[in-house]
Design a protein around this ligand. Structure first.
Ligand code: SF4
Length: 368
């Protein structure tokens, strides 16, 4: 049958077979489909057609938050506090280094993933200082730090441009940007869930600027709240456009919205259904034909669903995300090693080849 005579998923299957790019209408057809298994099969087929093989990646990383003080008050956020609230913290560079070095003695992490609130009580030098100190203490560790929103916040603190802020951070040792802060780009959604955040174009422009300075970045979408299917597809296509322009995204990470401890929990909201999580993985893999990797972030999806997502187009399960306690006796297996064993087992049980990577997807270890 000629491609023109087909419709729905049949047409999309033909387009994938012919290496044709999917458009907005195709994205909507995919989002509206309840045939999740077919979406997964199409996504995995598309991934393989573009050169993907059996490797599934993970990284050994340390998560740090420099501060939980934030001025923005996003409605989906259960992390931020004000300076005066109980439990508010802002760590100095020395404290962050001390913590990271202690963890480094116990685990061999290759990446520090650090993000935090937008505190009005620090200045730009604070951010440069913590990056410089971490880099000097651990020059071999990749520093993946600060969302585009935080970079924008730094321009407000300093009066510098986004490029000047990024350049200073890069020169101090910043390696890449995580993808947070994108939420859903549509103005309507932004007004409802994050009215205090900058315009979505700022997120796009900040990543474009980072790519221009040779700083690779990640991209995300926070889904499962008030967004429509159209707004999801629009978000993914805006990311694809930027990737066409710069090629600077390393991976896409769909982030499922968790309503607990937010206003949405009080309104009776609950977790995204697993079928929607799998749909997001599959549709993003199909539409983002130019982004090398899609992550099934096991911390948010749970390991069993992340394992299934490996057959829906994902090829990365993110990181070990374990904090070691000093009381692990010398010689005892650390929780990180246990987590690596668990990730390896889960990936192998899915019929895939586990590969430990660094942030830039260089291979460090492989389990055949
Ligand atoms: S900017 Fe980040 S830390 Fe601040 S309220 Fe929004 S999501 Fe929370």
């Amino acid at each position: 049958m000629a491609v023109a005579e087909l419709s729905g998923l049949g047409l999309i299957r033909e387009k994938i077979g012919a290496n044709e790019r999917l458009d907005f209408e195709d994205g909507l057809t995919l989002m509206e489909s309840d045939d999740v298994l077919q979406l997964g099969e199409l996504a995995d087929a598309a991934r393989r057609r573009r050169g993907g093989a059996d490797e599934v990646y993970f990284v050994q990383n340390l998560y740090l938050n420099q501060t939980n003080v934030c001025r923005v008050k996003c409605k989906f956020c259960a992390f931020a506090v004000t300076q005066k609230q109980e439990g508010a913290y802002t760590y100095t560079g020395a404290e962050l280094v001390e913590d990271a070095l202690r963890q480094r003695e116990l685990t061999g992490f290759t990446e520090i993933h650090m993000v935090g609130g937008e505190s009005p009580h620090v200045d730009f030098d604070y951010y440069v200082d913590i990056i410089r100190k971490l880099n000097e203490a651990m020059p071999e560790v990749h520093l993946k730090c600060f969302t585009a929103s935080e970079i924008h916040h730094m321009t407000k603190l300093s009066g510098l441009t986004h490029e000047e802020v990024l350049r200073e951070l890069r020169d101090a040792g910043l390696g890449s940007l995580p993808g947070g802060g994108a939420e859903v780009f549509a103005d309507r959604v932004r007004r409802l869930v994050a009215p205090g955040k900058e315009h979505p174009d700022v997120w796009i422009d900040t990543h474009r600027t980072a790519h221009g300075l040779g700083i690779p970045t990640h991209c995300t979408m926070l889904y499962g709240h008030v967004e429509t299917y159209e707004e999801r597809v629009d978000h993914l296509l805006r990311l694809r456009d930027l990737q066409d322009e710069t090629g600077g995204f390393l991976a896409f990470i769909p982030l499922a919205f968790h309503p607990e401890n937010t206003v949405f929990e009080r309104r009776g909201w609950t977790f995204t259904p697993g079928s929607d999580d799998l749909k997001l993985i599959a549709v993003s893999r199909l539409l983002l034909d130019n982004v090398p990797h899609v992550k099934a972030y096991w911390i948010m999806m749970g390991l069993p669903l992340a394992q299934v997502a490996l057959h829906f187009g994902a090829d990365d399960v993110q990181g070990t995300v374990v904090r070691e306690e000093i009381f692990h006796a010398a010689g005892a297996e650390t929780e990180t090693e246990q987590k690596i064993e668990e990730l390896v087992r889960v990936i192998q049980a899915a019929g895939r080849v586990p590969v430990q990577r660094d942030t830039l997807y260089n291979e460090l270890r492989r389990w055949e």
